[in-house]
Design a protein around this ligand. Sequence first.
Ligand code: SF4
Length: 326
Amino acid sequence: MSNVNHHPLLKVDNLVKYFSITKGILFSKQIGAVKAVDDISFTIAPGETLGLVGESGCGKSTVGRVILGLTKATSGSVFFEGKDIQALSKHELRELRKDMQIIFQDPYASLNPRMTVREIIAEPLEIHKIVDHKDFDRRIDKLLDVVGLDSSLKRRFPHEFSGGQRQRIGIARALAVNPKFIVCDEPVSALDVSIQAQVVNLLQDLQEEFGLTYLFIAHDLSVIKHISNRVAVMYLGKIVELADKDQLYNNPQHPYTQALLSAIPVPNPEVRSNRIILNGDVPSPINPPSGCRFHTRCPHVMQICKELEPEMEDKGNRHYAACHLK
Ligand code: SF4
């Protein structure tokens, strides 16, 4: 991962996604909007993993879905290999789907319970005509082998596997079409802690072997520490900090990142953790707070924070943060 080149594979520019809230059945009228993603920008270089972190409801999964073209942006652009995915025809988008895959949080919900493992992996091969029918089994066996599953189990159904094994099946399915880019949407959050590291290691090995690029979405900073090259921290639809991994973990600039980092359990009980407790819950994305959206929970809040939204500021060393603190 050291030879990451910095021409982006993916470029997200001023992306906005609002979900309208309507009232009335016959003549429905828009009465508000959930501001799920509100003007975010970032790039991901080929072979790189960008970690996207934030509490549930911060909009991070919506970012993944908009990037894949599964839901349309309200405004802003997503470029994949220089192509604006929102300007593509249905046919072109389908072609592009091959290159961009997703691994879901809950492998059980995302695998059809009535299909065998073989059928689950054969489906994308069929849709995208990756190999001839006669070569399906060879390809499926190889994919199962790559994710560490015994190919003799391919006639079984998802419920016959453990959570970790099911996630491996989901990964094999995503890999079936030789993608370049994978959105990993909380891929280990539903797994036992002991299994999480195995799946993260597998994703990392596959990245090296196949030159994959990842957007790795998680709700805490401990899970993505190992796998990310850079990390973006999201709060209420905004990216509040974006930096190389070491910069972010060793020198966090934003009070929200500092609070998330302080919540990571310290393995050594001798070391007293200085946990920063945030007040209250995440406010509603329907009516986000004025100025800095974090001001209702920030331990360093000042008057200006309530009035003026802080801009993303370059702190040097490719480290950006949006906060009025100097
Ligand atoms: Fe806290 Fe103000 Fe910085 Fe927002 S801008 S994170 S409220 S100090």
